[in-house]
Design a protein around this ligand. Structure first.
Ligand code: PDD
Length: 286
């Protein structure tokens, strides 16, 4: 049985409990991070912690433990659960006040809740999906306006995955005012010639930690990067497409709304970026 972490304690997963009054449960008042594990080590931990701090401060949420302690908890969970490849999920919510109330509770009275658990995913890096590529559909982006904050409000992304599944696809790219924002749980890219195109940062998308690393590696490999708006039509006419996230790394996209991208096979740029990303991430993991 898995060992998880709840508010300072390491417990078997069936003994870990959070109050029914927790604002994460009642109001989706919480933030999260997902850090991947490769070779038993944490990938880009500093990036995830920096984004966590930003998410917390944007919502005026207090961190219940220090960032150094957070690293120790991540490492302990990876060790006790014997994770070689997988991920660590972290969630911090605005705690459990005495009653349901829209007004934020006083943090002196109501401490925030912190939960961490691991997910074991053997074979994550060698995923066969990366050889096959994914099919995506486009859907309207109906999320709230502060997608740069990594909140636990994941109902619309879940609905998007269900819409994709119903259409026989693997995921959905969301579109707002005619332009692609991002995937339901990943950042979206297209490739034309030697140029990688992805939406610029702003409040409309999550600032992916994998995105930052991949764009850096692409530039180092002399590829051109354009951070700008693009449409589904432009994506359909691209040579390649792919997504990035902590759990998929770089994953090729071979079909959008039933139209093949390029030849319909996994592209060389996405394949190369996946290799570079995995190699560099293994080297830098802590
Ligand atoms: N999702 N955009 C959205 C909407 C996301 O939910 C995620 C991550 C990303 C990629 O961010 P990063 O590269 O930092 O993982 C982009 C995580 C993996 C999840 O919800 O499981």
């Amino acid at each position: 049985m898995r060992t998880v972490y709840v508010n300072g304690e390491y417990l078997p997963e069936d003994q870990a409990k959070v109050s029914i009054f927790d604002r994460g449960f009642l109001m989706a008042d919480g933030v999260y991070e997902v850090t991947s594990v490769l070779g038993g080590k944490l990938v880009d931990f500093d990036g995830h912690v920096m984004r966590l701090q930003r998410s917390l401060s944007e919502l005026d949420l207090a961190a219940p433990i220090s960032m150094e302690e957070l690293l120790a908890v991540h490492r302990e969970l990876v060790a006790v659960n014997g994770i070689d490849e997988g991920m660590v999920y972290l969630q911090i919510t605005r705690g459990a006040p005495a009653d349901r109330d829209f007004v934020f509770p006083d943090p002196e009275v109501t401490p925030s809740t912190i939960v961490l658990f691991t997910q074991n995913k053997p074979g994550l890096a060698a995923s066969p999906a990366a050889k096959k590529g994914m099919k995506v559909i486009s859907i309207e982006d109906q999320r709230w306006g502060r997608r740069d904050i990594k909140t636990v409000q994941l109902l619309y992304p879940s609905m998007g995955k269900m819409m994709a599944k119903a259409a026989g696809a693997d995921d959905a790219w969301m579109v707002e005012d005619g332009h692609v924002t991002e995937g339901t749980s990943n950042n979206a890219y297209i490739v034309k010639g030697n140029t990688i195109i992805t939406r610029h940062l702003g409040t409309e998308i999550l600032h992916g930690i994998t995105r930052a690393a991949v764009l850096r590696f692409a530039k180092e490999a002399q590829m051109k990067v354009e951070e700008r708006l693009f449409t589904i039509e432009e994506a359909k006419a691209a040579d390649e497409a792919f997504i990035t996230s902590a759990t998929t790394f770089v994953m090729p996209v071979v079909e959008i709304d039933g139209a093949k991208i390029g030849s319909g096979a996994v592209g060389s740029v996405a394949t190369r970026l996946r290799e570079i990303y995995l190699e560099e991430s293994r080297k830098a993991a802590i």
